[in-house]
Write a protein that binds this ligand. Structure first.
Ligand code: UD1
Length: 417
């Protein structure tokens, strides 16, 4: 098990580039199987989740070549429509292969995604959308069996703007007969990126980024070349790293619009933010101020994927902050570990009250999930003494491409052991 050893107290300074988005590349990878053609994708981050999904594509019959952050996927052969169980259980988001497989071959057998570290994550909204389009879905022995002749375009109202369900239905609808309209769709930037990729290969989709997405089914696709958008959560995590260390950093290759809420919360806590065309500078005083309330919501609200990192900053802020996690049921695993480092946090259901303390103290902590793990790294950067963060490979590497290199470039004392 890899661990990070961090000696806290260094102020981060300098500039660093932000990689391509994990949550964009995963659905885009699923989308590559629809066309039966060649997809060339640039700015692909080197992440454990990306490796897993590439492995899965290879297992079902795609040829994939990955070098220097460019990935080529050739999906021209007949694909195996039984998706192996182990990787799906390891990575929940592989469930988006369901919609893509239905679009390509009209049937798929896939296992239920495994239990997840951030509470129950059902897929009922995915399944009911696909059923409405004419998929016959049966479930037995932990497997979901989906079959259809040709999916039919219909209007689907999502009970909740689920990111994964919006993507799954978009993928399935690319080859459906007629027009599919998704109402109450998720509006995340990654949905827009998926639309751009699919349209690049010949799909006809509009409205991504709003709550109504319209997909006209087509039969023919062509080769596509695409560049993945920058990862707004990696950018937000680095901004939080600047805030917690009283740093002054510039992040290059970002999309400013995607960082608005994190910027506004960090401004509220006393950091000064300067926005350029494709980069952002964040300059922070030594001690952040508490931000009154941080309530996670679907985009454009405050991202649940930034809740833990922001909480790490608030542990040493002047004053009390309140966090309300509305997206996931149990996403406070990092709290107990932050408290081992001296944080003062009380959790009641979906609410956490964080009273800023004078300082955190380094100790051994364990990442319990991806973003919670990142929060512990941030806490370690600010803590007095040495912090050891365990479970780096299991969790942090899923969503950060060698986080230690970026932080070390900015002056942090961090090593992987
Ligand atoms: C995606 C992101 C994840 C992010 C999340 C919310 C990817 C690979 N992952 O996850 O990083 O934290 O969006 O921004 O893009 N739900 C149901 N039934 C369903 C689907 C979802 O009840 O069928 C619930 C979930 O349990 C959760 C909430 O809806 O409480 C949001 O889930 P969803 O938007 O689907 O998140 P993911 O797509 O899993």
């Amino acid at each position: 098990m890899d661990k990070y050893v961090i000696i806290g107290g260094r102020r981060l300074e300098g500039d660093v580039r932000v990689d391509g988005s994990k949550n964009s590349i995963l659905p885009v990878l699923a989308a590559t199987i629809i066309s039966g053609k060649e997809s060339v994708i640039h700015n692909v981050p080197e992440l454990k989740d990306v490796d897993l999904l590439i492995g899965l594509l290879r297992t079902i019959g795609c040829r994939c070549f990955f070098e220097n952050n460019t990935l080529v996927v050739k999906s021209n052969s007949q694909l195996n429509t039984i998706i192996p169980e182990k990787p799906v259980r390891e990575m929940r988001s592989s469930i988006i292969l369901m919609g893509a497989m239905l679009a390509r071959h009209g049937h798929v057998k896939i296992s239920y995604p495994g239990g997840c570290e951030i509470g129950p994550r059902p897929i009922d909204i995915h399944l009911s959308g696909l059923r409405r389009m004419g998929t016959k879905i049966t479930e037995a022995h932990g497997y979901i069996n989906c079959e259809c002749d040709r999916l039919k375009g219909v209007e689907i109202n999502l009970d909740y703007p689920s990111v994964g369900a919006t993507e799954n239905i978009m993928l399935a609808a690319t080859t459906a007969e007629g027009v599919t309209i998704i109402q109450n769709a998720a509006k995340e930037p990654e949905i827009v990126d998926l639309q751009n990729f699919l349209n690049g290969m010949g799909a006809r989709i509009s409205g991504a980024g709003t709550s109504t997405v319209k997909i006209e089914g087509v039969k023919e696709f062509h080769d596509v070349e695409h560049t993945v958008i920058p990862d707004r959560i990696v950018a937000g995590t680095l901004m939080a790293a600047a805030a917690i260390t009283g740093g002054n950093i510039v992040l290059n290759d970002v999309i400013i619009d995607h960082l608005k809420l994190v910027s506004s919360k960090l401004s509220e806590s006393g950091c000064s933010i300067t926005e350029y065309q494709n980069s952002i500078q964040i300059t922070c005083s030594k001690k952040p101020k508490a931000v009154e309330v941080i309530k996670t919501l679907p985009y454009p609200g405050f991202a649940t994927d930034m809740q833990a990192q922001m909480m790490a900053v608030m542990t040493i802020a002047k004053g009390t902050s309140i966090f309300i996690e509305t997206v996931f049921e149990s996403r406070y695993k990092h709290v107990e570990e932050l408290m081992k480092m001296g944080a003062n946090i009380k959790v009641d259901g979906r609410t956490a009250v964080v009273r800023g303390v004078k300082k955190l103290t380094g100790t051994e902590v364990k990442a319990g999930d991806l973003r919670g793990g990142a929060a512990l790294v941030l806490a370690g950067l600010a803590a007095e003494g040495t912090t050891v963060v365990d479970n780096v490979k299991l969790h942090i590497d899923r969503g950060y491409d060698k986080l230690e290199n970026k932080l070390a470039k900015l002056g942090a004392d961090i090593h992987r052991v």
